[in-house]
Design a binder for this molecule. Structure first.
Ligand SMILES: [Zn+2]
Length: 349
């Protein structure tokens, strides 16, 4: 999962950041379409980025002598849109490869639809959760604990850190990128110095550090992955969410400053994570009645874990779960990420 959704746009549409391509716009449920914050970053013509938003990850389409490959496939409720974008770009040509940088629900939710539409597609995933995908263990895959959804898919091979893959027109290195997700990989193309950074680095920040929420130290892994990205020295970064960017030094400085803040105050990171989980679901729903939101929250184990961490060992956390949840909702409303309209909680982009 991504999610700097709190500051993000609603982004239920998509636009293409490859200047050689037309801009696509497929509104789904949002009233307004996202607009690019700046001019699209020039990319080689064989690399097309469908910039999606915060509910769906960006999708990267690579085309060339090695066939057509798509990296990451968005959230399940946007699967028809993902498929439409890929089909519009490929025309009658097949999709040969499908890859996931990691298996958060917003990065692989379109896999099943793509596999159905392109039966010959060869799907690769990072190795860490391969057994969980085979067994479709929704706890290990985090879909159940986070209260999110993902359509079941299969895989044909692994994305092994250290290997180089011929995809589209180029050779891409696979690098382990733990932190946000212990099993995530990033892809680097050394000739044009293109980096597909997943949720390890965005133009502003990086994804919630999920292992930390489960009691595993991972802030050091985030820092090490940022160091790795600095060593790779990409010229252009294609992030998992948000716009393609080239000011890598600024992005790294921003990410390190945020990380420092979380290391100094882990409770701040947990509160951020709880708001992100809530906002992600609101992006999916677009609007929700408070009772339905409370019912979802009560059934979402991650939220209970986060709340229990607010209290000293063994103590009953204060305030009640309902009051804690209402305070989170108030935070979203105060920050402009949500609005209360006629008894509904409405996503505000
Ligand atoms: Zn993620």
């Amino acid at each position: 999962m991504p999610l700097e959704a709190l500051r993000g746009r609603a982004a239920d549409g998509a636009f293409c950041t490859n200047t050689a391509q037309p801009r696509y716009s497929y509104p789904m449920r949002a009233a307004t379409l996202p607009t690019p914050a700046s001019a699209p970053m020039p990319l080689p013509p064989d690399v097309t980025v469908f910039e999606r938003g915060w509910l769906s990850s960006n999708n990267i389409l690579l085309r060339g002598r090695f066939g057509a490959a798509l990296v990451d496939s968005g959230y399940v409720t946007h699967a028809p849109q993902t498929l439409a974008l890929v089909q519009a770009a490929l025309g009658a040509a097949p999709l040969d490869h499908l890859l996931n940088t990691h298996l958060h629900s917003d990065h692989c939710g379109g896999n099943a639809a793509l596999q159905a539409a392109y039966p010959g597609v060869h799907t690769r995933i990072p190795p860490g959760l391969a057994a969980a995908v085979t067994a479709w263990d929704e706890d290990a895959l985090t879909y159940r604990p986070t209260g999110q959804a993902c359509a079941r898919f299969h895989f044909d091979g692994l994305l092994l850190p250290g290997e180089t893959l011929a995809l589209g027109e180029r050779h891409w290195q696979v690098h382990a990128a733990p932190g946000h997700d212990p099993h995530s990989v990033i892809l680097f193309e050394p000739e044009a110095r293109l980096l597909i950074s997943a949720d390890a680095l965005w133009a502003r920040g990086f994804g919630v550090v999920f292992p930390e929420l489960e009691g595993f130290d991972a802030f050091d892994a985030v820092a090490a992955t940022l160091d790795l990205i600095e060593r790779l020295a990409p010229a252009i970064v294609i992030p998992g969410h948000g716009p393609v960017f080239s000011d890598v030094a600024r992005a790294l400085a921003d990410a390190r400053a945020r990380l420092e803040g979380f290391v100094a105050d882990p409770a701040r990171h947990r509160r951020h994570a709880a708001r992100v989980l809530l906002k992600f679901k609101l992006l999916e729903w677009q609007r929700i009645a408070p009772e339905a939101l409370h019912a979802w929250a009560r059934a979402t184990p991650y939220l209970h874990t986060l709340r229990s961490q607010e209290a000293p060992d063994g103590a009953e956390p204060e305030p009640s779960f309902e009051a804690w949840l209402e305070a989170l909702i108030d935070d979203l409303v105060r920050s402009g990420a949500a609005r209360r309209v006629a008894g509904w909680l409405v996503d505000a982009g």
